[in-house]
Design a protein around this ligand. Structure first.
Ligand SMILES: Nc1nc2c(c(=O)[nH]1)N[C@H]1C(S)=C(S)[C@@H](COP(=O)(O)OP(=O)(O)OC[C@H]3O[C@@H](n4cnc5c(=O)[nH]c(N)nc54)[C@H](O)[C@@H]3O)O[C@H]1N2
Ligand SMILES: Nc1nc2c(c(=O)[nH]1)N[C@H]1C(S)=C(S)[C@@H](COP(=O)(O)OP(=O)(O)OC[C@H]3O[C@@H](n4cnc5c(=O)[nH]c(N)nc54)[C@H](O)[C@@H]3O)O[C@H]1N2
Ligand code: SF4
Ligand SMILES: [Mo]
Length: 726
């Protein structure tokens, strides 16, 4: 029996874990109280790391399709088949005929962080898709234009602020996103204890909203109007004060001009927040000595995602809160680099998608158009698909259509530990090891952390003889794409030669740490399994900027060009019921529902309906409702909830584990319904290509049929699936 330390990779909070290991089993998981950053915080997902490791459904060997069924195979056989079949597609139809889909856990692993780029490059296809266009791409685009770099994303300095305005985020459930903040609930409570305050804007009284000083229920999809109203008021009341930032900002007057039509009175009815309330909020923000505005899912996966994401930063700049302690600051991680103060800037549209002509953003195309590219005949049609750590059959909009399209590709390979709703379509599944069996350093999230910290840990449990590290899997695929076959020299692929005491990943990380701002090394971090605290965030403007002008471009032309669309929408209010999503502490997107401890108890996948709507629509608590949108319909169990604003219903995503051909025994017993049978693949934020997953128009009626527990009817290939949940 021994103790090992690691970092939980399940969400973005990077909690330090203390694992008890017996042989090759993880027998206990605790929050690591010595962890320099998370201080012992742990949530139910992190606590399930041992169960995840022991999950009997987790794949331990590759699967290869033989005569229609997926059967265990050796790694050699699996890679040889991938080499042959991908080679055939590329030879016959060219590189664009192979699509890549990279899902969320890619950014949670060292392998994904180090090698996904090489894989994309070697694939050489324009058809790269990632979960970013179901998520945070609007923030990348906004920051790309504002600061010149898509990863130049400021985070609220939560431990030193006096006032936080949170829009469309529920960190009490999600534990923070694009904001690495272990124990967000504890830090938000500490903010109030020291006399500060936080306000939450959300159509639902989320757990975070319930703990806030003030909750402002907003009409879904309308944060853009509220934020423009606040910008307008800052100028009108002469509250604009850039402070030390002033010499580094261009375009303030242009922002003022753009915001002119959006007075608090003009936007109030549209966003559902009274003009007086908008004014009071603006004055409160401006008056706080140190404050930050933060927006997440409810501000990104919406109709005006990029404009709203931009406005969040505009407010931080106009109130002088960007880049100052207690405001919104730019982390400087140990593997990062100081900038030079200017750069080439950011642009999109270097190519367009073949069918819908949607612009490339950050080297990828929008997931909303993946099905189009598979279904539509002609040169450049997608005929093969590689998925890595993704479950688009559940996570992408109009997923019935995408799910049907996946079954038609000539060849599909998935790097994934589960045979699930997506990978059931694969010809080859290559399973990586679970979190306890891999080395960890958080390349993505340490660059978004509220303190500068660093931590590297080796695998807590060694790999079994038949297991392959995900780094090796990704590099073998890279070698195959590069035309070097499945047995390429993997070190050479990433530019390494010679011998070392360190693993391949450690050598690459070591090089980045040594050339980083603190001159650390992997050896330094191996000596400190609880991490190294490198101090609070420090001001980085202008060094951090990579715009050609060397200034913050507060009014980027492409964003300004989208504001007329906002104005048109202001004048054309829509009524009718709309659907939003939500998250729960015990759930993680689509893939932790096979862990018994996380799905036991109350059904997490219910349709939340306000008491007023329930009454009006004749829906009783616990009854079945039929929810219909432009693209499909589902039947879900109603939960009448006073937390919901009237006119809004909520269903979480990641559910719908009732598809045939998966190997997820526990999840199948708690299937829930797939909300993305309702979300619309034609609804997109045009500047970022991001799907509109919140604010989806729906019609809700009592289900015609009496609910029959556990019954599921699905018509494959159509947009109709009916599930009567327990
Ligand atoms: N309606 C609606 N839809 C949404 C959202 C929403 O709010 N509402 N949220 C969106 C967001 S923010 C996101 S990020 C996406 C997520 O969308 P995806 O990234 O497509 O899906 P996930 O559910 O995260 O599934 C992750 C997959 O990776 C596998 N996996 C887990 N760990 C590993 C690993 O270490 N390596 C590898 N190779 N595979 C692994 C899992 O088995 C699973 O198949 O969903 C989006 N979809
Ligand atoms: N437990 C858990 N943690 C997670 C995840 C998970 O699935 N489960 N997923 C991880 C991932 S991939 C991500 S991207 C992050 C997301 O992190 P968050 O953005 O904090 O995610 P949510 O909890 O979905 O919070 C979004 C909130 O926006 C509200 N909302 C919906 N529409 C609107 C709108 O139009 N305007 C406003 N103002 N609010 C709106 C919803 O009611 C909801 O409360 O969470 C990460 N952490
Ligand atoms: S909050 Fe996130 S990182 Fe921390 S234990 Fe839970 S899932 Fe893991
Ligand atoms: Mo996400």
């Amino acid at each position: 029996m021994r103790t090992a330390y690691t970092t939980c990779p399940l969400c973005e909070a990077t909690c330090g874990l203390e694992l008890t290991v017996e042989g090759d089993r993880i027998t206990a998981v605790r929050g690591d109280r010595e962890d320099r950053f998370s201080g012992g915080y742990l949530c139910p997902k992190g606590a399930s790391l041992g169960a995840l490791d022991a999950d009997p459904d987790r794949l331990r060997t590759p699967l290869v399709r033989r005569g229609g069924t997926l059967e265990p195979a050796s790694w050699d056989e699996a890679f040889a088949l991938v080499d042959e079949r991908l080679g055939d597609v590329i030879a016959a139809h060219g590189r664009d005929a192979v699509a890549l889909y990279l899902g969320n856990p890619n950014v949670h692993s060292l392998a994904g962080g180090l090698y996904a780029g090489a894989l994309r490059k070697a694939a050489g296809t324009r058809n790269v898709f990632t979960a970013s266009t179901l998520d945070q791409m609007p923030k990348h685009v906004a920051c790309g234009y504002l600061y010149g770099g898509i990863f130049t994303i400021p985070v609220p300095d939560i431990d030193r602020t006096d006032f936080l305005l949170l829009l469309g985020a529920d960190p009490f459930s999600s534990n923070g996103s694009l904001w690495t903040v272990p124990d967000a609930p504890g830090r938000l409570r500490a903010l109030r204890r020291r006399g500060g305050a936080f306000v939450v804007v959300d159509p639902r009284r989320s757990r975070t909203a319930a703990a806030a000083d003030e909750h402002l229920p907003i009409v879904p999809g309308t944060d853009v109007f509220l934020l423009l109203g606040m910008v307008n008021e800052l100028f009108a009341a002469s509250l604009v004060d850039l402070g030390a930032l002033a010499p580094h900002v261009a375009g303030v007057d242009a922002v003022r001009a753009l915001s002119e039509p959006f007075t608090p009175e003009a936007v109030a009815a549209r966003c559902g927040i009274a003009a007086d309330g908008i004014r009071a909020l603006t004055h409160r923000l401006a008056a706080a000595p140190r404050a930050a505005v933060y927006g997440r899912i409810g501000t990104t996966t919406v109709e005006f995602g990029t404009v709203a994401s931009w406005l969040v930063d505009v407010l931080n700049v106009l109130t002088g809160n960007l880049d100052r302690p207690g405001g919104a600051m730019f982390p400087l991680p140990a593997h990062g680099r100081r900038g030079t103060g200017s750069g080439p800037g950011f642009t999109t549209g270097r190519w367009r998608s073949r069918v819908r002509g949607l612009p490339e953003v950050a080297g990828e195309l929008p997931v909303v158009t993946l099905a189009d590219e598979i279904e539509t005949p002609g040169p450049g049609r997608v005929r093969a698909l590689v998925t890595v750590a993704g479950n688009p059959a559940l996570s992408a909009p109009n997923s019935a259509r995408l799910d049907a399209a996946l079954s038609t590709v000539d060849f599909m390979v998935s790097v994934d530990p589960y045979l699930n709703e997506t990978t059931r379509h694969a010809d080859v599944i290559l399973p990586p090891p679970p979190p306890g069996r891999r080395a960890h350093y958080d390349l993505a999230f340490l660059a978004l952390a509220v303190r500068n910290v660093a931590k590297y840990t080796r695998p807590a449990v060694p790999l079994g003889p038949d297991e392959r590290d995900e780094g090796e899997i990704l590099l073998r695929l890279t070698g195959i794409f590069a035309g070097l076959g499945p047995d390429a020299d993997l070190d050479a692929l990433v530019g390494l030669s010679g011998e070392s005491e360190l693993t391949r990943e450690e050598r690459l990380l070591d090089a980045r740490l040594r050339s980083g701002p603190y001159g650390l090394s992997v050896a330094d971090l191996l000596d400190r399994p609880h991490g190294v605290d490198l101090g609070p965030l420090t001001s980085r403007v202008p060094e951090v900027l990579r715009t050609p002008s060397g200034r913050i471009e507060l009014c980027p032309e492409p964003i300004a060009a989208d504001v007329p669309r906002v104005l048109a929408a202001l004048r054309a209010p829509s009524d009718g019921l709309v659907l939003v999503g939500r998250r729960h502490l015990r759930s993680n997107n689509s893939w932790l529902h096979n862990v018994p401890a996380l799905v036991k108890g109350k059904d997490l996948c219910t349709l939340l309906v306000s008491p007023a709507d329930a009454e009006r629509l004749g829906l009783a608590d616990g009854s079945a409702a039929r929810v219909t949108s432009r693209v499909g319909e589902v039947e879900a169990t109603v939960e009448v909830s006073a937390d919901m604003a009237a006119g809004v219903v909520s269903l979480p995503h990641g559910w719908g584990h009732d598809r045939p051909g998966t190997r997820l025994a526990t999840a199948r017993a708690h299937p829930g319904v797939n909300v993305n049978l309702l979300t619309d693949d034609l609804a997109v934020d045009p500047l970022s290509g991001t799907a509109v997953l919140n604010g989806v128009p729906v019609v809700v009626t009592p289900a015609r049929t009496a609910p029959e527990p556990h019954r599921t009817t699905a018509h494959a290939g159509t947009a109709h699936a009916t599930t009567t949940a327990q």
